[in-house]
Design a protein around this ligand. Structure first.
Ligand code: NOJ
Length: 499
């Protein structure tokens, strides 16, 4: 990395004051179900986040990103949204959300929400209306309905596969009981894809953005940001294998990832965000194989930042990391955007458990790719601690996934019958999915539930915690010399004082 590129990407200031805060912010990811349970039902909630805002603030981060908290049947842990303008009752109320935003702001923390525009829940009022409306009706035109192929339409409209495995199409039974049209779902069948060619869909999402911006929210993380636009005619891809979330190499014209027309949507969103004072911001979840294609989302009239999944997926190897860092800084500097750095999130094996395995020469992030590789957690912890220091020293913004500051490993032995991720069943139980990084945080105490819930709670945490987590609790590490929590706090203090 040369000095000129570092200077170009370097933060002007390292605080949340000023409109450019997002260029250098450290953002703490709150996976709400698993952060802290305030109500005692074993599921994390807004009350729990409000209780622990001082913890987040003392860690030394600038902002929090909260995973979807909207009403949802929870077929994909909230990424199946039934109502984009309210709060899931399990998590709290809109009034509590408003208080949380104000309390975070009072501590100098920005609040970023998660918006899910590629698909809604099948329980969303729009999809329910589509189900009882005829083929070709305006209600169906908000989603992607098509007749089937083959005799009597018994074959799906094309060969697209769900990211969660299996066909990306499900056939409807029409209200009169006859087999009918098929609808597209790039994820679970309960997550029908919206039709972004329909102006009504575009208007609705801009209005949803305004709803939350008016409540004081500072920005959005955009789910599956590269998937919204589908190629007209919905052509076959030509292979019937699992469709990876990762977009194709730049030379491939893929019918549903990274279509050029997608950028137009985000120009509209940017105009909405810029109409606020201070302007609101976006971070794209766009899994692209090509750093230059990714940087197109970050042109000055589009999104502000995008997760750097090349960094997240890189093996712990110096040359590999150096190349990813150089390439990322180069690609983002072409459009004047900062790079973002991230090692873990709620979709991938915790980096401590990735780095604790033999580091091969390939990118890896799913448990299914590494379950049979032996893991040395002591090695993983040492590498994870070094990695944090590396990440916080890089120019740009950085993400911390809740629990990484406690040195938590992936929980790889959750009993089959307790797994919740739809990936497990949809993969015919081949892929155990993402629950292992979503286990509720240990806050204190000597035994499960490690103060995840209040003392008088009437339920166990929604996923079981390992019995040996006493040493990982925030209470055990608070003030303890050499603990991972204190390492994170010290590193973030240093980052602030030496931008
Ligand atoms: C990406 C989210 O991070 C993941 O958790 C979710 O399953 C898919 N998008 C579908 O919304």
């Amino acid at each position: 990395m040369n000095k000129a590129t570092i200077a170009a990407a370097a933060p002007a200031s390292n605080s949340t004051t000023g409109n450019d805060w997002w260029r250098s912010a450290v953002i703490y990811q709150v996976y709400i179900r698993s952060f802290r349970d305030g109500s005692g039902d074993g599921i994390g909630d807004i009350a729990g986040i409000r209780e622990r805002l001082p913890y987040i603030s003392e860690l030394g981060v600038d902002a929090l990103w909260i995973n979807p908290w909207y009403p949802s049947p929870m077929k994909d842990a909230g990424y199946d949204v039934a109502d984009y303008r309210d709060i899931e009752p399990l998590f709290g109320t809109l009034d509590q959300a408003t208080l949380l935003i104000a309390e975070a702001h009072a501590l100098g923390l920005k609040v970023i929400l998660d918006i899910v525009p590629n698909h809604s829940s099948d329980q969303h009022a729009w999809f329910q209306a589509a189900l009882v409306s005829p083929a070709g009706s305006p209600d169906r035109a908000r989603y992607v309905f098509r007749p089937g192929r083959g005799e009597d339409g018994t074959l799906p409209p094309n060969d697209w596969q769900s990211v969660f495995r299996g066909p990306a199409w499900t056939r409807l039974t029409e209200p009169d009981g006859t087999p009918g049209e098929w609808y597209l779902h790039l994820f679970a069948p309960e997550q029908p894809d919206l039709n972004w060619d329909n102006p009504e869909v575009r208007e609705e999402f801009e209005s949803i953005l305004r709803f939350w911006f008016d409540l004081g929210v500072d920005g959005f993380r955009i789910d599956v940001a590269h998937g919204l636009v589908k190629q007209s005619g919905l052509p076959d891809i030509g292979y019937a294998d699992r469709d990876e979330l990762l977009g194709p190499p730049s030379e491939v014209d893929h019918p549903h990832w990274d279509r050029d027309e997608t950028h137009d949507i985000y120009r509209g969103w940017r105009a909405v965000a810029d109409s606020y004072s201070p302007p609101r911001v976006f971070v794209a979840e766009a899994w692209l194989a090509d750093a230059e294609r990714l940087s197109r989302y970050l042109r000055t009239d589009e999104l502000h930042t995008a997760f750097n999944f090349d960094f997240l997926r890189a093996p712990w190897r110096a040359a590999w990391l150096q190349k990813v860092i150089d390439d990322s800084i180069h690609a983002t500097s072409l459009v004047g955007a900062p790079s973002t750095w991230v090692m873990s999130n709620h979709d991938v094996v915790r980096h401590l458990s990735r780095y604790g395995r033999e580091q091969s020469d390939r990118q890896m992030h799913s448990l299914v790719d590494m379950a049979d590789m032996p893991v040395d957690l002591a090695v993983g912890l040492r590498r994870a601690r070094s990695a944090a220091l590396l990440m916080f020293a890089l120019p740009g913004s950085a993400y911390v996934f809740q629990g990484e500051e406690l040195g938590l490993p992936e929980v790889e032995d959750i009993p089959d019958e307790l797994l919740q991720d739809p990936v497990f069943e949809q993969s015919q139980r081949v892929d155990r999915g993402r629950d292992g990084c979503r286990v509720p945080l240990p806050w204190g105490g000597e035994a499960a539930p490690f103060d995840f819930s209040p003392d008088d709670a009437n339920a166990q945490p929604w996923l079981p915690q390992p019995s040996g987590w006493a040493a990982f609790t925030a209470a055990a590490q608070d003030g303890a010399d050499g603990s991972t929590l204190e390492l994170y706090r010290a590193a973030l203090r240093l980052r602030r004082s030496e931008p």
